[in-house]
Design a protein around this ligand. Structure first.
Ligand SMILES: Nc1ncnc2c1ncn2[C@@H]1O[C@H](COP(=O)(O)OP(=O)(O)OP(=O)(O)O)[C@@H](O)[C@H]1O
Ligand SMILES: [Mg+2]
Length: 239
């Protein structure tokens, strides 16, 4: 069986007037289903670019982005939109919840993109709130939640439609250590309970020990790729 995600000789070049920015210079990366990968690297090393390519938010300049064996870089805009809605969940540094919807409504909104069945929406929303430990916060608006709680709602929303892949870009970048640990713990639990493959981007090296695998990017190429035989529980991380 081929890996869930396969980046093959991927480059990404942004034209900037007279010059070109080489964000990715030839990336080869295979991620098997179920893996929890941390993508580390300094600012500008190409982390977000890589996530955007896997998530179908952008296309490579050269190379292939295979997901379940299909090159999503060749998809039409329409297929790419369907791919993003069904296969991928996104979590960002600044939660991006809809402020006028409650926690439960933010999650339900994502579900309604793929189903009109009210009972399914209600049941899955409750299940997701329970999975991130927020069953008693469903009626709260984002402004009535702590930062860590907002991020856990964002994670629940990202997982609404059982995506194969969860992409998280600096999900703890805006949180204190204790809250950050809770968010990482929620991500790890969902990786284990729902089997979702996680690619987590950060420049925070202290997060690396919780991952199954740590890939370091430097100037648009992979500088190292290491497996953790014994990942550390998120609760034990410190930074
Ligand atoms: N839309 C764009 N147009 C031009 N250059 C871009 C664009 N997006 C990213 N770049 C450049 O590509 C390089 C990689 O950017 P990227 O956002 O992937 O870095 P990053 O590793 O996520 O950094 P950070 O940790 O600061 O978020 C940087 O040099 C950046 O300036
Ligand atoms: Mg970035």
């Amino acid at each position: 069986m081929s890996a869930l995600i396969q980046l093959q000789h991927v480059t990404k070049t942004y034209p900037m007037g007279e010059v070109e920015v080489h964000a990715l210079r030839g990336l080869d990366l295979e991620v098997p289903r179920g893996q929890f990968v941390v993508l580390l690297g300094p600012s500008g090393s190409g982390k977000t670019t890589t996530l955007n390519l896997i998530g179908g938010l952008d296309r490579p300049t050269e190379g292939a982005v295979l997901v379940e064996g299909e090159d999503i870089a060749q998809y039409s805009e329409r297929r790419l939109t369907a791919y993003r809605a069904r296969k991928v969940g996104f979590v960002f540094q600044f939660f991006n919840l809809i402020p006028t919807l409650t926690a439960a409504e933010n999650i339900a909104f994502a579900l309604e993109l793929t189903t009109k069945d009210r009972a399914v929406v209600r049941q899955r929303t409750e299940e997701l709130l329970a999975l991130v430990g927020l069953s008693d916060r469903g009626d709260h608006f984002p402004s009535q939640l702590s930062g860590g709680e907002q991020q856990r709602v964002a994670i629940a929303r990202a997982l609404a439609n059982h995506p194969a892949i969860l992409l998280a870009d600096e999900p703890t970048g805006n949180l204190d250590v204790e809250t950050g640990r809770q968010v990482l713990q929620a991500l790890r639990e969902l990786n284990q309970k729902e089997g979702v493959t996680v690619v987590l981007v950060t420049h925070n090296t202290a997060i690396a020990p919780m991952a199954d695998r740590v890939v370091r990017l430097h100037s648009g190429v992979i500088a190292s790729d290491e497996y953790n035989p014994h990942p550390v529980p998120a609760a034990e991380l410190n930074w």
